[in-house]
Design a protein around this ligand. Structure first.
Ligand SMILES: [Ca+2]
Length: 479
């Protein structure tokens, strides 16, 4: 543990929250609270305000009407831990060498490539958003899924004074109690995990209403296992329509449960009188999951986007993002491409804290939130040197303007799409427009070098006859 972190712990331990209260009291009128709600695996079209005809999400839709709904927001990666690391550090997963979910899987003995080596935690040396806000007197809580390393890397060591339910694997065995999660034990068989987390979030808001706080509410839902309250499942069963690609009533009920959670948090902010000085951000860590484990029944559909979680296509990386900044945002959607590592510098600027010496891969979205629709950024990049549980293969991607290029690392093949004309990525333009494909591939390659990205290597045991075994199709339920 670094000296800086030790000092922080001592500061909290010896002086306690009383000292923080004093800091907060002086600054009460100018500091914003920050509520960041991360919904695990929520797909781009899983909300009514993003076009779902099946799921009902009135609470998140209300935030979209008062905030900015980003139509082209992206997760830093097509899987969990990488995006979480990028969100909390402002750094790209490739730079962090945290390029897959923790612990990841493989190598597969006969696959074409050996996955790139990766970190198993977000290093303590990386400054997190909670640590940056702590320097301004904030108290922070992580409520829910962590998935950024084992016990010594838990939220308590990354700037959070409170940690409820931070597991190292990140996935609970069940949404129904009894729960065996740190800080959240003793549930009964009627308890529903999402509701228990909401209660913890409400308690934290209530207890910290008079001091600036950062609540990182990181829902386990709508990640598998797909379990929901039966009464809500029945409601959605009655709403099924044969022509709707979204067809899973239990998943729909889980979506509703997180929407209700968001509504409860917003109401608690209003109830204690701090809603007008609290930023609320809702987003997801990767695209929607299409197939759960060995079940042949789709979990959700990201259509019109192609594919889902674990893939470099839009369905794997494009996610909902809504930011409400009371008094500033006004419900106008924004189509400028943005990414999860933008949230750290954005929050710092929104709360009026200069970024200081921190260097980010993301950039502040404040001018977009204020209504300007321009952002000076050359391109957005992704790097996933792994085989995913959902059939995704080692690949990288770059989006520049309307164009997106995917480079597949197994054989170097390129796919080029014009997202403005072809949102579903159905027409590969790489052969028709080789100049553009080459230009973007070179851009991607230069960027990989600049962040010292780790690449997968050729597998000496590669066997084309068996290379697909265990990589695609049905997989056990994991991250
Ligand atoms: Ca996830």
């Amino acid at each position: 543990m670094s000296l800086r972190k030790q000092y922080r712990r001592d500061f909290l331990g010896v002086l306690g929250w009383g000292a923080l209260t004093a800091v907060a009291a002086q600054a009460k009128d100018r500091l914003w609270n920050v509520v960041l709600i991360l919904i695990d695996d929520m797909g781009w079209r899983d909300l009514t305000c993003y076009g779902s005809q099946f799921y009902q999400t009135p609470n998140i839709d209300a935030l979209a009407r008062e905030g900015v709904r980003f139509t082209d927001a992206y997760a830093g990666a097509p899987v969990c831990s990488s995006t979480r690391a990028s969100l909390l550090s402002g750094q790209h997963p490739a730079r962090l060498h945290l390029t897959d979910w923790i612990p990841g899987r493989g190598p597969w003995p006969t696959a074409r490539l050996l996955p790139a080596p990766m970190e198993q935690q977000l290093a303590l040396e990386r400054k997190t958003l909670a640590e940056a806000l702590h320097e301004s007197g904030y108290v922070s809580a992580s409520v829910g899924k962590w998935h950024l390393g084992g016990p010594q890397y838990y939220p308590e060591s990354q700037g959070f004074a409170l940690n409820v339910a931070g597991t190292h694997r990140g996935s609970p065995s069940s949404y129904f109690g009894p729960f065996d999660l740190p800080g959240l034990k003793g549930g009964t068989s009627d308890d529903y995990l999402t509701e228990k987390l909401t209660e913890e979030a409400e308690k934290f808001i209530e207890a910290n209403r008079d001091r600036p706080f950062f609540l990182y509410l990181t829902e386990f839902a709508v990640h598998q296992p797909i379990q929901a309250r039966q009464t809500i499942v029945e409601k959605y069963r009655a709403r099924l329509r044969p022509d709707d690609p979204q067809q899973n009533p239990a998943y729909a009920a889980m979506v509703e449960s997180v929407d209700v959670a968001v509504g409860r948090v917003v109401r608690k902010l209003q109830e204690v009188g701090i809603a007008d000085r609290t930023l609320v951000i809702v987003t997801s860590d990767n695209g929607g999951l299409i197939y759960e484990g060995r079940s042949p029944r789709p979990v959700t559909s990201n259509l019109p986007l192609r594919a889902g979680k674990g893939h470099m296509y839009e369905g794997g990386i494009r996610v909902p993002l809504i930011i409400k900044w009371p008094g500033i945002t006004s419900g106008t959607p924004c189509a400028v491409p943005v990414c999860s590592m933008d949230l750290f510098p954005s929050v710092l600027e929104m709360v009026g804290r200069p970024a200081g010496s921190e260097a980010f891969d993301g950039q502040s979205l404040v001018r977009l939130l204020k209504g300007d629709r321009r952002l000076e950024r050359h391109a957005l990049y992704w790097h996933y040197p792994h085989y995913s549980n959902q059939g995704g293969v080692p690949s990288g991607a770059v989006r520049q303007g309307d164009f997106k290029l995917i480079e597949f690392y197994e054989d170097g093949r390129l796919e080029l799409f014009n997202l403005k004309e072809d949102l579903g990525e159905t027409r590969n333009l790489a052969k028709a427009n080789p100049g553009k494909a080459r230009e973007l591939q070179q851009l991607l390659e230069r960027w990989r070098r600049s962040v010292n990205a780790t690449m997968p290597e050729s597998n000496p045991g590669y066997d084309p006859e068996k290379s697909d075994q265990g990589l695609t199709g049905a997989q056990p339920p994991t991250d």
